[in-house]
Design a protein around this ligand. Sequence first.
Ligand code: ZN
Length: 495
Amino acid sequence: MKRIVVLIGALFIVIIGFGQPNPTAVKFASLITEADLKADLTILASDAMEGRETGKRGQKMAAAFIAAYFEDLGLKAPVAGSYYQPVPLYSTGAPIVSLNELAREEFIYSGSGQTDGKSTIQLVFAGTGSDAEIEKLDVTGKAVMIMLDANASVMNNPVITKLRDKGTKAVLAVIEKQEDFTRMSGMFRRFSGGRLSLKKQEASASYSGLFLVTSATGAKFFNTSFDKLKKASADKKISKIKPGTITYSISRVVSEVKSENILGFLEGTDKKDEVVVITSHYDHIGISSSGEGDRINNGADDDGSGTVGVLAIAKAFVQAAKEGNGPRRSILFMTVTGEEKGLLGSEYYSENPIFPLEKTVVDLNIDMIGRRDPQHKDSAPYVYVIGSDRLSSELHVLSESTNKTYSNLIYDYTYNAESHPDRIYYRSDHWNFAKKNIPIIFYFDGVHEDYHKPSDEVDKIEFDLLAQRTKNVFHVAWEIANRENRLVVDKGEKK
Ligand SMILES: [Zn+2]
């Protein structure tokens, strides 16, 4: 009897060496359940959370929920005894602009200018803005009007860039057709909302920005007709157009916004100075300002799914630690703020880390893992894996073998291709770790029809898939936290 037991034991050791599951890891992974994920997500992505807008009430409620969860688990509060890392932000409101006596819908403004009250400057006509037309024109400190092709790019327009370089104070672009102007109006309105940032946005003193007007409005600035302006340009006689003036003002309301990253810490055993970081972003885009019916962007998938995943992983590791199977390395569970506003919370952490970045071994970042994209409508369980091979060859090997041993998900590397136009590697919070040379893996389910819409709801989450993907991240974290050697960083990211 005894002899047989010993034999089985020996066999078992050999089998583990060949990538068989570690029963201890499997035991604690089983604490990650569909029921828990569903219960937590039903709270986090409920309408009561109001889409968890950064700096707003819903975000505060979500933060409190996560902090209470970490406290219940008994995780350490690592920010001087708190779970909250304050992330001070600035909100720059949409520009408040006037131009002559025009009504606000008669012009479009784009720029980062600011004036001290009203500013009156000379306006000169530069035709189509061709090199020949601009060459002899003195534009310094003046406003310059050009006729702009409605199909031309406005954002990186070479004529506008050239005028700016020559010292033009403001550019007025005339759009000939009313329908083109109307279409552009709608487009600009969508992008003119307030912006959140980590630093105060500096207004440009030298360049006020771009004003778009219709041909009829544009001609009035010179007390003439658009046909005459066009003819002057065609006949190479723009100097015949007598300069006019514009009077304009631009201001913005800048206010401070308080948000927070929420951190819970599980101290490791014999390698506790080294830290494994597991992240998700817990806030989202709030309530849409227009639209019919439900306007609350619940963000059940984005990134409620990743956030409840982080909570479930924390719970499993804490229980393992309680039973004497704590991770050798420490684990920081961090749900960050402001991802949707430009990866702000993770950037803030990477500039103000609570644990030294030199001792930070990896960031496993989860952003959307509860659904399928159309490309995988009927596929076996999958997840997009991004970044695992960029900085550490060991991480990639570990990630692959851990998946084969425990989860057997289809690892889809489509978005990991450096040439992929969506540049997903740079588009979630892991990037702020990667750019500090910390290896990362980003887990993602793809883009689906409810992305950033009120219809990103809990009832569309596939909880079995969410549980499988969460367990997958747990196992990868377990392997990284418990292995003998720290992951090597042997591949550099070209920046
Ligand atoms: Zn997201």
